[in-house]
Design a protein around this ligand. Structure first.
Ligand code: MRU
Length: 359
């Protein structure tokens, strides 16, 4: 089976060009690109989830940083570096949870700092090429996650199809092209294996129903949308062989921040003896945080809950709590799937080793 997910983000044109994204707020009704040529528009695109998913917003932030300073007239390196640093601070305010955003900003800032001897024009060119390199790297990383993860998605002997449940969208739309949680599904399908995905709808912004269902349909992989409160039933009915989700930030002990609702799915998977996998690149692992309770959790506006997509579904003025992510304690996670291989518990020791001896 030939699969080629759409490119979520790319650079078009020369140094005066733009970052082209798929505007994910319009999916599945409209498939439309948006060319972003200034940092404020990039900040807004990240904030309102036109571009979303941890790896994709990292790449978007890297392009955003270049856009912020490409017309800079800074007279010397110190002034230029100060502008870069202010733009990085600004972009970092768009969304707090996915560590990839900060990872990417730091990476570009380090590159800038390492080239203080170059003329500012040369540094600008390096910033753009580094952001572009991140796309190729992300594709390679996601393909590797796919190859390591595919063998884990196995069906019981009596079935000819593997049924996977996922939450939110950690597919191609959340990365440059191939996804993290969906990469193993794509690789298994490429290998000729029959795959079927239950996509949790994912309240309140419906990334599962709008995005995961859309991209799997595009790829020709059977997908069934369920509302979030149906997961227990499909698991109890024996319809799920494995759960696989992505991550916005993994702490050093293996606790995982991911889309709100992930924790509940993990608890259910444990109840029904279903393996629960988290697919995440090393850039989503934050070894500076000992445990998940230290991960900053984004809270979003009440309207997403009370009148998501236009129609009011709760009384005006009602109190709302809308955290965008939750933290799944590491004890519920069967394994982490990274580009360097499958990481098993105990995660604290395994992750330490992974970062001390990268391949
Ligand atoms: O709020 P979103 O849509 O950016 O949340 C995305 C998720 O929670 C994804 O599962 C996560 O970023 C992993 S993406 C490969």
């Amino acid at each position: 089976m030939d699969i080629a997910p759409a490119r979520t983000i790319e650079w078009v044109g020369n140094s005066n060009g733009a970052a082209r994204i798929i505007d994910q707020t319009l999916l599945p009704n409209e498939y439309k690109h948006l060319d972003i040529a200034d940092v404020e528009t990039m900040w807004e695109a990240i904030k309102v989830l036109r571009v979303r998913g941890a790896p994709a917003i990292g790449i978007a932030a890297a392009f955003g940083l270049y856009l912020a300073v490409r017309n800079s007239a800074a007279p010397d390196f110190a002034a230029f570096e100060a502008e870069v640093s202010e733009a990085a601070r600004y972009l970092g305010t768009a969304r707090p949870t996915a560590v990839n955003l900060f990872w990417a900003l730091k990476r570009i800032q380090k590159l800038v700092a390492a080239h203080s001897a170059l003329p500012v024009a040369g540094i600008k060119a390096l910033m753009l090429s580094e952001a572009t390199v991140m796309i190729d790297e992300d594709n390679a990383v996601c393909r590797a996650i796919g190859s390591f993860g595919a063998p884990l998605l196995a069906q019981p002997p009596e079935r000819t199809i593997c049924n996977v449940l996922t939450h939110c969208n950690a597919g191609g739309l959340a990365t440059a092209q191939w996804g993290t949680a969906l990469a193993p599904v794509y690789v298994a399908a490429e290998q000729g294996r029959a795959m079927h995905v239950f996509a949790d709808e994912t309240r309140p912004l419906l990334q599962g129903a709008r995005l995961t269902a859309w991209e799997l349909q595009q790829a020709g992989i059977p997908v069934t949308v369920i509302t979030d409160n149906m997961a227990a039933t499909v698991m109890a009915q024996g319809k799920v062989d494995a759960v696989i989700v992505g991550a916005d930030r993994v702490a050093a002990n293996g606790d995982v921040a991911n889309k709100i609702g992930t924790f509940g799915v993990a608890v259910l998977a444990r109840e029904f003896h279903i393996p629960f996998y988290v697919a995440a690149p090393l850039s989503s692992i934050d070894m500076s945080l000992a445990s998940g309770e230290l991960i900053p959790i984004e809270e979003r506006k009440a309207e997403e809950v009370t009148q998501g997509f236009g129609k009011r579904t709760a009384p005006e003025g009602v109190q709302v709590y809308n955290p965008a992510f939750d933290v799944t304690p590491h004890r519920y996670i069967t394994a982490l799937i990274t580009e360097q291989g499958v990481v098993h518990p105990p995660f604290d020791a395994a992750l330490k080793q992974l970062f001390e001896t990268p391949v």
